[in-house]
Ligand binder design. Structure first.
Ligand code: F6P
Ligand code: MN
Length: 340
């Protein structure tokens, strides 16, 4: 494949997508600025508390706030109509001429800022709708016109989809632009899972059972050994899954406030789900496709499972039909877990 630039790819989109392409171009510029800030500042300064809390009650760090400002400025420059971000309570009417709504997680994985671990910016572009600003964001992810994330890692990369496959572009400091690197295709099977296992005791039976079966490895019902990774930056886990496969779970659990997990539907789960589906994978809330969920509020959370299509489907069966899974046989001693 001959290397093509992000600009060339954006220019090749159909004319009715011109405003969406233009928005991605401005986001890419904001990502380059955010990348420079991360590279040049001391980690402790970036990670220092900025004094406020975001819409979800998390402490904001300086970098959360600077990133939000950079991407809000990009939205204005692109002429976007509505903006919504993890860092602000309500959707904003920017009064831009383009009938687009941009939802953004300006800094995903921000607990990793001061540890020099990859973090990122996730975005979702929807068609603007009539009504209050929030209305435009309360539509299923299936309506997204484009979605993607920038990852600030050893490389600055962009995973992007316009709904016709997923592309990964890597920033070339030499060329000063993003260059296409990979067209990811997620294998439908995997032997690598990602979950924060410290929450084991808070999970429901379906999730525990699934993980138990993975951990039993070649001696258990899966008859193969599994590897586990958990980076605590969803962008980094998602990037790994785009590149080499795997499955990610952030289920709901019994901790207070975690009934629907941790991740936000509109600006985290929806864009990741579109990227993953467009790369051949699947994304659900455990049972239903993320992209078919109808959001009812801006910052609502959703359980999230994404990655290898067959593994995601299997996890769904642990939730919906545990009795028909062969490995639920008495042989493996798990009978009775799903008592009525
Ligand atoms: O944005 C939420 C987030 O930081 C994700 O990037 C990450 O996957 C998750 O939270 C980590 O959560 P926890 O600290 O509970 O493992
Ligand atoms: Mn996040």
């Amino acid at each position: 494949m001959s290397a093509s630039t992000l600009d060339a790819y954006l220019n090749s989109q159909s004319p009715d997508r011109a405003a969406v392409s233009e928005t991605v171009r401005f986001l890419a510029t904001a990502a380059m600025a955010t990348r420079s800030l991360i590279a040049q500042s001391s980690a402790s300064a970036l990670g220092a508390a900025a004094g406020g809390r975001n819409a979800d009650g998390d402490f904001q760090r300086h970098l959360d706030v600077s990133a939000d400002e950079a991407f809000l400025a990009a939205a204005r420059q692109a002429g976007v109509r509505y903006y919504c971000s993890e860092e602000i309570d309500s959707a904003v009417d920017l009064n831009g001429p383009q009938q687009l709504a941009l939802a953004i997680d300006p800094l995903d994985g921000s607990s990793n800022i001061d540890t020099n671990v990859s973090i990122g910016t996730i975005f979702s572009i929807l068609p603007a709708r009539a009504g209050e600003p929030a209305e435009s964001f309360l539509q299923p992810g299936r309506n997204q016109l484009a979605a993607g994330f920038f990852i600030y890692g050893p490389q600055l990369a962009l995973a992007l989809t316009f709904g016709a496959g997923t592309r990964i572009f890597v920033h070339s400091p030499r060329l000063g632009t993003f260059v296409e690197a990979v067209r990811p295709s997620i294998a439908e099977k995997t032997d690598e899972f990602a979950i924060n296992a410290s929450n084991y005791r808070h999970w429901d039976d379906a999730v525990r059972l699934y993980v138990d079966d993975c951990l039993k490895g070649s001696a258990g019902p899966r008859e193969k050994d599994f590897n586990m990774r958990w980076i605590a930056s969803m962008v980094a886990d998602a990037y790994r899954i785009l590149i080499r496969g795997g499955v990610f779970l952030y289920p709901g659990d019994s901790r207070r406030g975690y009934a629907n997990g941790r991740l936000r539907l509109i600006y985290e789960a929806n864009p990741i789900a579109m990227l993953i589906e467009q790369a051949g994978g699947a994304a659900t809330d455990g049972i239903s496709a993320i992209l078919d969920l109808a959001p009812s509020s801006l910052h609502q959370r959703t359980p999230l499972v994404f990655g290898a299509a067959r593994e995601v489907a299997r996890i769904g069966r642990y939730h919906t039909e545990p009795s028909v899974i062969a490995e639920r046989s008495p042989l493996f001693g798990n009978r009775g877990l799903f008592r009525a």
